[in-house]
Ligand binder design. Sequence first.
Ligand SMILES: Cc1ncc(COP(=O)(O)O)c(C=O)c1O
Length: 388
Amino acid sequence: MHLSTALSRIAPSQTTAMTDRATQLREAGRDIISLSVGEPDFATPPHVLEAAKAALDGGQTKYTPVGGTSRLKQAAALHFARDLGIEVPTSQVTVSAGGKQAIFHAMLATISEGDEVIVPAPWWVSYPEIVRFAGGKVVPLHTHAKDNFRFTPADLEAQIGPNTLWVLLNSPGNPTGACLPAETLLGIGEVLRHHPRVLVMSDDIYAPINYTGGPHATLANLCPDLADRILTVSGVSKSHAMTGFRIGVAAGPEWLIKAMERLQSHSSGNPCSISQAAAVAAFEGPQEFLAEWCERFRARRDLVVSAINAIPGLSTPVPDGAFYCMVDAGPLMERFGDDAKLALHLLDHGVAIVPASAFGGKDGFRISFAADEAQLVEACRRIAEAVG
Ligand SMILES: Cc1ncc(COP(=O)(O)O)c(C=O)c1O
């Protein structure tokens, strides 16, 4: 084996590992409900599929510009302005193979050995691995269920040091569903004004899935004076049920967008041409169904939260967005040892979830409620039986 130093710093994704394990068990004939996967169970909208077919039939099967077609960059700029309140020219927009690749390239293009990156925890599994792969040091900013997994501007300031290069924000968040309210973001902006070297990556990929009743709040919109050091990442994977298409978009300062495209030109090259045409349709086509999907997610959230909170030893705050809830199983740890063992025990009882430790948390697990109601009811019944 010849693994690079960079690769040996990172671990495989535990969410993917759990999903793969559930699939294997299912293939072996076991009845497993998988609540481990991070994608909507809804079908990709028909107008998006039509656009993909038309692109194929129309011969859009060749290389495109590395950072995406100008058509898609315009559609993405429309999305940033209409949905996130961020006005950017297309020179400040880039397209990659999923939001994941945009984040990967942004970190790889900027981090030098010893740079620190503040990551609120529990975090999305890929953030720390990407930072470590790039040679950076992860500085966790721990958040807790009792605070609905939110942190304050003062909590953030306490973590900033001379080597801080990036702060990663993710609202609505995976794995907690927590949303950063506008007041907190304004406070974060104030903190950042005292630290001019620090860049911010705002991962808004779950923005349309928001149950707060208010508009989505994002830093580049609330603090336009800081826009020259904010990279906002978005996409169609979660909002438009297009995870397989692999399209993510990012808006930020031109130097960073150019740096990301420079790297992309030597890694994957352009994102898939057919998927780009489909993403144009996603951004420019009807958006009304998003509110309807969000309502369906809200009903599922309410179902799961009340079922989990009725199980002795388990509790969860009410998530404000995305389709996840982070369940605290602290009172059960004496019995089960740790959350990885609890996850295996639940798998034995026919439910796949992901232990909190995979997300830099502890003593709990993440449920993805992107599954139909009947499955969610049955999964919660199995969980109650497994820990009862
Ligand atoms: C917080 C967060 N950011 C980014 C992504 C990446 O999404 P994509 O499938 O567009 O790469 C995910 C996917 O799970 C996510 O949960």
